[in-house]
Design a binder for this molecule. Structure first.
Ligand code: ANZ
Length: 935
């Protein structure tokens, strides 16, 4: 074939890769390993649009590059295939979600294969397959069988907790447990019957059942996690979400709060992503302070990050849900308090946190005593204090905290001035003078840090409180009242008090298969859909758990399954895990910043604690690709005309009329010019076939706007259409060319022609327009070698820095220059083909074979090595002066930047010797003249 035809080339090579399993990888090799992972997709009914493959293209280029650099590369793909959309569709159509899921996956695979990704498809996983979810269920069982040992700072098997109880009860063990866990000694423990003992252990297990306030979405019939709720509505479907108390499976992720924070310092992720996780975990260093209630035995404990403001406390506020409210409210205040509590029930936690304007609350009639100065302090309830955070009680300091100040103003409470030493420090321009407290009792004259230290020590000595680190992260809800998810491998048996206790099913009976149901809706009595399953009970006759696992269960460990996807004895063999260890490069969207990426890190740490995996952090390097936005086109309909005989006016003339802008399908617009015939034929709903058009120079020009890519905006571009027209190689190059990987950018089909022309120019280096084979077996010219080697250097550095767009520009320049040099030399072109093969693999394979190589082997060819002599144009020997005396000369290429010269000069050993360890005050570079270092 002598003319470039993407249609012929691409299908051929995709089939070749498939049939010959070119990208199949083994779990052992002499070469070093490298694991490149994509966030696996949920296979939705709509298929892929051009925004989806952006990250996949980048990771594929990197995986192919690493192979050519001599690595054994694991690059798999699979499907996160449990989830709500398939179930919603099942409710509407009665179609089993397994069927739609299977069809959608088939379509996804076809689309992905069309793009020439180098996945090892033999390792594909699907989270909704029993052979997969039996291991999700198994991990759940392991969590149930574990507790968190704070002394060792890791999870351990529950048996070690029971041994500790047998020795000392729970008096010496340091464990994460429920708040209502009683204290008991060894004798008490051994006196209990098995059932009581079991009930006690339930308070320690890493997954447990509890009454939790959950985001209940009646529209979806399910509980949602915080990150699935946006502005009080469900992210999917936009149904209202309310707060509700429900018995739920929970995961004790909060045990791992500190390790989840610490681990962030060891991974190569963007600062913004780490910051999002840090905020979500929300570490606060502070103190617990106990305030004695007047006329009651109890004390109210508050959590404060500013114990130094204790002399400015003028009232206390507790959450309306605080357990002491009913006890301490005086009879005069009862009516007001009850009315207030009724009101707050309607507000979600989110509203309560975000509403900083409305001030509301009610006085309980009770008082507490400030333990530091004995003043009497009134106790209020108000919903700005959250029941679930800290102790659900705050000491209010109007002079230190804005919300407290607003509250004090509203209720006419005293505002005690404090000299806030911390704020003082910030205010002082001269930081040699540190702010110190005055009028503040025992902290007079101290700085902020000293004051806090002294107060906390005092609290601890006098049993009035203690230092405390608080985390905002809550235990994660792990139950959904839905059908299309993993069954929880648990059944319930009533204890002697008639209370249902959860028990794990036998490990041998895994997987616990998802049963068939007649409808995918809750039962008449309001139980989840699994309540409809016939004959679905444990062999003992006891009922199974009816909720299923949340969407994040299957995705919290999937990267291990790829290591050993067919294993029936373990989620992955020790050998496979020992070989691949962790993901070296992970690419995916920012929407998973606090959901998937926290849950996965949590399960990974747990699996490591229990000895099943090796690494503390699963994803060493992570890159978030930016969103590809849609580029919408508009037509303008003149208002007030007869709707059945509409008039559309071209964009440039629209200001002369009163118009309504309407989205048009971007696929019938080219270079902003509307294809009138297709518009008329496709938009009968707008009576377009009957319309008049006011044109500009004979054309209808559309308006343009950048928006989210979405069906409703008619701006979805299907990669299949692009591939049919231009080929996958062009699409791959073009998506990378659009801009830096991590940036959001609009899709614009208009520019793709340029990339397509580039591919054809590449072909022209091999064949003339008349189909003549041009390649000659002679050494290339010096000029051509310079072009090649500079390109190799640039492309290599760019890929290493994930700067894929600049590498594409480098290819374009290179091919242009080689074209002008009429370079057709075999050796040189071979190198170029290898270099470009990670970006445009199909054409590269074809050209590689044309050059006389074995099919398929370009992906394993060695990445070209650039030579110094070709990449430096000219060098200048810089005399380097140190305090006016020339001590050394250093050669730099003329294009070297000033900053690079400066850093290399400072790093030079001789220069350092002359600097005698002193810092450089100045370093002046006069290009092509001299470098002068002043110390
Ligand atoms: C006195 C004080 C003085 C406070 C001051 C702040 C400034 P972070 O940093 O988010 O942990 N607080 C404690 N528990 C609360 C709850 N359940 N609901 C709402 N607010 C609560 O915030 C800790 C601070 O938030 C605590 O420190 C407490 O107010 C308040 F000048 O105590 B502070």
């Amino acid at each position: 074939m002598s003319e470039y035809s993407h249609k012929e080339i691409e299908k051929k090579w995709q089939q070749y890769w498939d049939q010959n399993q070119v990208f199949r990888v083994n779990n052992d090799s002499d070469r070093p390993k490298y694991y490149v992972l994509d966030m696996f997709p949920y296979p939705s009914g709509a298929g892929l649009h051009v925004g989806h493959p952006l990250g996949y293209i980048a990771s594929d280029i990197y995986a192919r590059y690493k192979r050519q650099k001599g690595f054994n590369v694991l690059h798999p793909m699979g499907f996160d295939s449990f989830g709500l959309p398939a179930e919603q569709y099942a409710i509407q159509t009665g179609q089993h979600p397994a069927v739609t899921t299977r069809d959608n996956i088939a379509r996804y695979i076809e689309q992905l294969k069309n793009l020439g990704f180098s996945y090892d498809w033999s390792r594909e996983v699907r989270t909704s397959e029993p052979s997969y979810y039996r291991w999700t269920q198994w991990i759940f069982m392991e969590l149930f069988n574990s507790w968190y040992n704070l002394a060792e700072d890791r999870a351990e098997e529950i048996t070690s907790l029971i041994s500790a109880f047998e020795k000392n009860g729970n008096l010496t063990v340091q464990a994460v447990c429920d708040e209502d866990t009683p204290s008991f000694d060894a004798a008490t423990w051994s006196g209990w019957d098995e059932e009581t003992k079991y009930r006690i252990t339930l308070k320690y297990r890493l997954t447990y059942v509890a009454d939790a306030t959950v985001n209940w979405c009646a529209g979806l019939g399910s509980v949602l996690s915080n990150d699935e709720v946006k502005d009080g509505l469900s992210e999917r479907g936009g149904f209202p979400v309310e707060q509700k108390q429900m018995r739920q499976w929970m995961m004790r992720i909060s045990s791992y709060a500190q390790r989840l924070l610490d681990g962030l310092d060891t991974v190569d992720w963007s600062e913004s992503l780490k910051e999002q996780q840090r905020n979500w975990i929300g570490r606060s260093v502070g103190a617990l302070v106990k305030f004695q209630l007047e006329g009651h035995e109890e004390k109210i404990e508050v959590f404060t990050t500013r114990v130094d403001t204790i002399y400015g406390v003028s009232f206390m506020v507790i959450a309306p849900e605080h357990e002491l409210v009913s006890k301490i409210t005086t009879s005069e205040q009862q009516a007001e308090i009850s009315a207030y509590i009724e009101m707050t029930k309607k507000r979600s936690e989110r509203d309560r946190m975000s509403d900083v304007k409305t001030v509301s609350g009610a006085f309980t009639g009770a008082y507490v005593i400030n333990p530091f100065n004995g003043t009497q302090i009134p106790v209020y309830i108000a919903d700005y204090v959250l029941a679930g955070y800290g102790t659900g009680a705050v000491m209010a300091v109007p002079s230190g905290d804005q919300r407290d100040w607003n509250f004090a103003k509203h209720f006419d409470l005293p505002i005690i001035p404090i000299l806030d030493a911390q704020k003082n420090i910030e205010k002082e321009a001269d930081n040699t003078k540190e702010g110190r407290y005055i009028n503040s009792g025992m902290i007079d004259g101290l700085t902020f840090a000293e004051a806090n230290e002294k107060l906390i020590a005092y609290l601890e000595e006098n049993n009035m409180g203690k230092g405390k680190i608080n985390y905002r992260i809550r235990d994660a809800v792990f139950g959904r009242q839905r059908y299309w998810g993993e069954p929880v491998p648990v059944y319930y048996k009533n204890d002697s008090q008639g209370q249902a206790l959860p028990y794990l099913i036998d490990e041998d009976s895994l997987p616990l298969n998802l049963p068939s149901v007649d409808k995918y809706l809750p039962t008449e009595s309001g139980e989840p859909p699994l309540g409809r399953a016939q004959d679905w009970a444990h062999e003992s006759g006891s009922p199974y758990e009816l909720s299923t696992m949340p969407g994040w269960a299957g995705s919290s460990w999937y990267w291990y399954r790829y290591m050993d996807p067919k294993n029936e004895d373990a989620f992955a063999s020790k050998e496979a895990i020992g070989y691949w260890k962790a993901v070296d490069l992970y690419i995916g969207g920012t929407e998973h910043a606090t959901g998937h990426l926290l849950y996965s890190r949590f399960w990974n740490k747990f699996l490591k604690d229990r000895g099943y995996v090796l690494e503390e952090e699963p994803f060493k390097k992570l890159i978030n690709q930016g969103m590809i936005q849609g580029r919408s086109n508009f037509v303008y309909r003149i208002k007030n005309a007869d709707q059945t005989k509409p008039v559309f006016v071209s964009a440039g003339l629209k200001d002369q009329y009163e118009v309504t802008a309407l989205h048009v399908d971007v696929n019938i617009v080219e270079n902003e010019i509307l294809d009138l015939e297709r518009f008329k034929a496709s938009r009968r709903d707008l009576f377009a076939d009957n319309a008049d058009f006011i044109l500009e120079e004979g054309k209808y020009i559309c308006g343009v706007e950048v928006e989210k890519m979405s069906k409703s905006k008619f701006n979805v571009v299907n990669p299949d259409d692009i591939v049919t027209r231009y080929g996958a190689d062009t699409l791959r190059l073009y998506e990378m060319f659009l801009g830096p990987l991590e940036q959001a950018k609009p899709w614009n089909t208009n520019g793709i022609d340029g990339t397509y022309r580039f591919i054809k120019k590449l072909w022209r280096l091999f064949y003339s327009e008349h189909g003549k084979y041009l390649v000659v077996d002679e050494p290339a010219s010096e000029a051509a070698l310079k072009v090649l080697h500079k390109t190799i250097k640039k492309v290599e550095t760019d890929i290493e820095n994930f700067s894929f767009n600049t590498a594409v520009s480098a290819f374009m320049m290179c091919v242009n220059e080689l074209g002008s040099l009429k370079c057709h030399n075999k050796d040189l072109l071979e190198q170029l083909v290898i270099l470009i093969s990670s970006y445009a693999p199909h054409i590269a394979e074809e050209l590689w074979v044309i050059l006389g190589h074995e099919p398929g082997s370009v992906s394993q060819a060695q990445f070209p090595v650039w030579e110094q002599k070709y990449v430096v144009d000219a060098v200048f020997e810089y005399p380097v002066q140190i305090n006016g005396k020339v001590r050394i000369t250093m050669p730099f290429a003329l294009e070297t930047s000033v900053a690079d010269i400066q850093s290399e000069v400072l790093a030079n050993e001789t220069v350092q010797k002359w600097m005698e360890g002193k810092p450089a005050k100045k370093i002046i570079v006069v290009p092509k003249r001299i470098v002068n270092v002043v110390i």
